[in-house]
Design a protein around this ligand. Structure first.
Ligand code: C2E
Ligand code: CA
Ligand code: CA
Ligand code: CA
Length: 275
């Protein structure tokens, strides 16, 4: 039994080593990628469920590495946060994305993800507004998405940053809504404009009645508070129909499109508006 334990331990260690090695490699490669601007935003449309038109695009970071292949943001964003690269990376992405957004029609917004570590930087709000100013994109066309964990980590800094952005006209969206442990608490304490219902709530919608009950409750909460509601992870027409029937404003997911490169965005907008 002891030998068995030992070999299990060794297996565990080598697995950890592999993970550390990967992290190490990603960190090294990431420094170069950030410096060279090799990480670019892709854009996934937010669809207005009443008109089927494009209401906005969410910018999602894409790193296409020559040898590592496509590295998912869930693998490199945490590394970027840990090794102090998240700010450079994020401002680079925001510059690209605001530039892209100025080519879209005036009623199409840009949704941009802010990482939880960034929120404790009290200059974040000003820096975002500065980049917006440079691009010429009106503040009303930016939506900042953050998860609840960002609000939990440093509520005071969050109040300051979000206050500054909101006063300037930027909208604030709570991402992955329903998955945090204190969602409703944050709705009371932060001024938020929108919730994005996490895709886990969409999974069985159209199939079982509990799923629809949950969705209805989340929509009721959002609408009761005067918020816009976007459903994430919409993959089939039955889900979209259920959402439209329950009065959800916007949908996002593979049903409409994968995240696309900037060059494809204008054609997608035209297609959805029937032009
Ligand atoms: P998120 O903000 O919740 O973004 C939505 C994720 O769901 C994206 O994954 C998107 O590609 C994926 N998705 C979209 N439609 C569907 C669908 O119908 N079904 C399923 N199963 N998935 C769908 P992605 O691009 O891999 O990004 C993962 C996460 O990485 C994002 O989650 C966000 O938290 C983070 N992220 C991405 N880009 C950035 C960035 O520029 N800055 C920061 N701070 N975080 C980012
Ligand atoms: Ca998001
Ligand atoms: Ca989300
Ligand atoms: Ca997520």
């Amino acid at each position: 039994a002891k030998a068995e334990h030992k070999s299990a331990q060794r297996f565990h260690d080598s697995e950890m080593d592999a993970r550390l090695l990967e992290r190490d490699m990603i960190e090294r490669e990431l420094r170069a990628a950030v410096a060279n601007g090799d990480i670019q935003p892709f854009y996934q449309p937010l669809i207005d469920l009443r008109t089927q038109r494009v209401a906005g695009f969410e910018a999602l970071a894409r790193w296409i590495h020559p040898t590592l292949g496509d590295v998912a943001p869930e693998r490199f964003i945490p590394v970027a946060e840990n090794c102090g690269l998240i700010e450079d990376l994020s401002y680079h992405l925001l510059r690209q994305a605001t530039r892209a957004a100025t080519s879209w029609p005036d009623d199409v917004v840009l949704a941009f993800n802010i990482s939880l570590l960034q929120l404790s930087d009290k200059t974040l709000g000003l820096r975002i507004l500065h980049i917006l100013g440079e691009s010429g994109l009106p503040t009303q066309r930016l939506e900042v998405e953050l998860t609840e964990s960002a609000l939990v980590r440093d509520p005071e800094a969050a109040q300051i940053t979000l206050g500054a952005l909101r006063d300037a006209g930027v909208r604030i969206a709570l991402d992955d809504f329903g998955t945090g442990y204190s969602s409703i608490y944050h709705l009371r304490n932060f001024k938020i404009d929108k919730i994005k219902i996490d895709r886990s709530f969409l999974r069985r919608v159209g199939e079982d009645s509990d799923a629809s009950t949950f969705l209805g409750a989340l929509l009721g909460l959002g609408h009761g508070l005067g918020l816009t509601v976007t459903a994430e992870g919409v993959e089939d027409a039955a889900q979209a129909a259920a959402l439209a029937e329950q009065g959800c404003e916007q949908a996002q997911g593979f049903l409409y499109s994968d995240p696309m490169p900037v060059d494809a965005t204008l054609a997608f907008i035209a297609r959805q508006s029937g032009a």
